[in-house]
Design a protein around this ligand. Structure first.
Ligand SMILES: Cc1cc2nc3c(=O)[nH]c(=O)nc-3n(C[C@H](O)[C@H](O)[C@H](O)COP(=O)(O)O)c2cc1C
Length: 340
């Protein structure tokens, strides 16, 4: 049996593993229509029949197989059924049924790793997290340009490419940080560019926001209610959390609010590309709280809306704030699957 498959066979609940190991484990389970003594399994349409149990009727009134349980065949022509491991969470009964079927009939199993490209991308997604303390190790302009070039491959409505980036390092970054921190420490306020957070937080978002705050302040040892230290920690936003590179993103006001969607995709591409390149990041809308200072300091015209900023660099492995692990709701909690 292929290493790693045992838990599919022996556990209804596969063991929870550290997230960074998940990518190596993305494997489809393939049931092969051959019994352990090498005989071809009959009836010849067993795979289609098994898959039809999790299929649905499509718009064209034809049977549509679920993406999680699909028929196929080996290069040698033996019928197979490929089971996506996500089925375990999405439909535990179907998962159990398919596995029991294979076990009862003595069919062979194989665990097929996803393609290397998918595994690498999945690894970057799973390993990325917001980093709030960076090492001073510099990053070359070429690397930043390469990441931005990759990010610019992201889609945008009518290919408008609404992004505009100010990449800052060294004295340029420090000067902006100093100006912003001074304003922040003076409790100065500026008219925010746009409503990012709601005026009133309600559940379930309120609890998620609170948890992040508790976790972050807890890790850096700030007791509840210690406002001066909480403010100091918030102020670190403006230092780009000591990152060697800070990016400021702007959007031309000739464009509409909807283009913030394109911007989100662009930044999403950028942070994943950075992760895959061995760099950490933290997206920050904190910079949009001081748009006048940012604009004045970087010589940006009123025509440009300050969307936010991004810290980029190598994470400090010793920093407690970088140990924060944020949770996610399971897919079925935010997705309604229809017609599968
Ligand atoms: C649009 C956006 C704005 C954010 N602004 C800030 C910010 O100003 N300061 C900060 O420390 N983190 C900021 N974050 C990071 C979020 O807190 C973080 O993404 C979230 O807690 C999930 O954690 P993770 O990124 O580690 O997965 C922002 C994230 C996004 C996507």
């Amino acid at each position: 049996m292929i290493d790693g498959l045992a838990h599919f066979m022996n556990h209804d609940n596969p063991p929870i593993r550290p997230q960074h190991k998940m990518a190596q484990e993305i494997k489809n389970l393939v049931i092969i229509g051959q019994t352990k003594d090498g005989k071809t399994f009959r009836p010849s349409d067993w795979a289609e029949r098994l898959c039809s149990l999790t299929s649905a009727v499509g718009n064209n009134k034809k049977l549509k197989y679920s993406q999680f349980v699909r028929p196929g065949h080996t290069p040698g022509g033996i019928k197979t059924v490929t089971v996506n491991p996500s089925l375990h969470k999405l439909d535990p009964l179907a998962w159990k049924f398919v596995l029991d079927f294979a076990k009862e009939h003595g069919l062979q199993f194989e665990a097929i790793p996803a393609s290397p490209a998918y595994a690498a991308i999945a690894e970057a997604f799973r390993a990325r997290h917001s980093t709030r303390k960076f090492l001073p190790t510099p990053i070359s302009c070429d690397v930043i340009a390469e990441l931005l070039e990759l990010a610019s491959r992201s889609p945008s409505g009518t290919n408008a490419q609404p992004w505009k980036v100010y990449a800052l390092a060294g004295a340029a970054r420090e000067a902006l940080s100093a100006a912003l921190l001074e304003r922040f420490n003076q409790d100065a306020t500026e008219k925010p560019e746009y409503d990012y957070y709601p005026n009133k937080w309600v559940e379930p978002w309120l609890s998620r926001r609170r948890k992040l705050g508790f976790d972050l302040y807890g890790l850096v040892g700030i007791p509840k209610g210690d406002k001066p230290r909480m403010k100091e920690q918030s102020g670190r936003n403006f230092l780009f959390f000591d990152a060697p590179v800070g990016l400021i993103f702007t959007l031309d006001r000739h464009l509409a609010q909807g283009m913030l969607l394109d911007y989100g995709i662009f930044i999403g591409h950028l942070i994943i590309a950075a992760q895959a390149r061995g760099l950490a990041s933290c997206m920050q809308t904190a910079f949009a709280d001081y748009p006048d200072t940012v604009r004045h300091h970087l010589g940006i015209s009123e025509q440009e809306l300050v969307v936010g900023g991004l810290s980029l660099g190598h994470p400090d492995p010793e920093a407690p704030e970088n140990r924060i692990v944020t949770e996610r709701e399971p897919v079925e909690a935010f997705t309604t699957f229809q017609g599968f």
